[in-house]
Design a protein around this ligand. Sequence first.
Ligand code: ATP
Length: 238
Amino acid sequence: MSEPLLKVTGLTAWYGRIQALYGLDFEVPEKGVVTLLGANGAGKTTTLRALCGMIQTGGDILLGGQPIGGMATEDIVRLGIAHVPEGRGTFTAMTVEENLQLGAMTRGDTRAIAEDIDRTYAYFPRLAERRSQQAGTLSGGEQQMLAISRALMLRPRLMLLDEPSFGLAPLIVEELFSILSDLKDKEGLAMLIVEQNAALALEIAEDAYLIETGRLVMSGPAQQIGSDENVRRAYLGY
Ligand code: ATP
């Protein structure tokens, strides 16, 4: 087996003196899609923040074999991890295109940046139509698409998505996940997805991990996790 893109061993995390994660082990394969499931407050968002160096962590985090635990967020971004936080965080007073240009800020290759903007528009035609529109005037779904597009401008090796479906209408969620699926198939983009909508996440992911109060309680192929009776009752509602 080839080395995973992301290998996390014994991950712990703290908010000040309060411990939020208690030794998580998980992996994201190259070009793989993995989902983290769990109830509110289980530690999913915290796990993504820990991977980005946004909070104090312990344990080992290896990206392509390189230890990144304890590094500054901007260095982690440069190494190829792009984070799409819950709540999206686009620059509302800037246009769609300016947001995308800003996403490529760590890169100097101007021509490739212009090509990547076009490639991003090909995945998100709604944004192409709205390229000169202020981000703050976009719908919730379009803002989520912009946040993902901006992250793509980093040409990440791994994209971390926190609740991409949050607050969006079902049809928009369907559109969004179909684009994510395309990115996975056509670009081989590796993703770690945190989702309340477990059914959706299990559909796109190959592997799933279930977290409860900061601890890993189950892991395996997404299909297997999705057919577990307890998971079905607690997270899939049937
Ligand atoms: P949700 O879906 O509600 O966002 P989650 O699984 O993402 O849930 P986290 O946000 O990671 O959960 O929270 C994990 C634990 O860490 C919770 O007990 C939460 O109260 C705590 N926590 C989160 N953020 C902070 C913070 N800034 N300061 C202190 N404790 C925090």
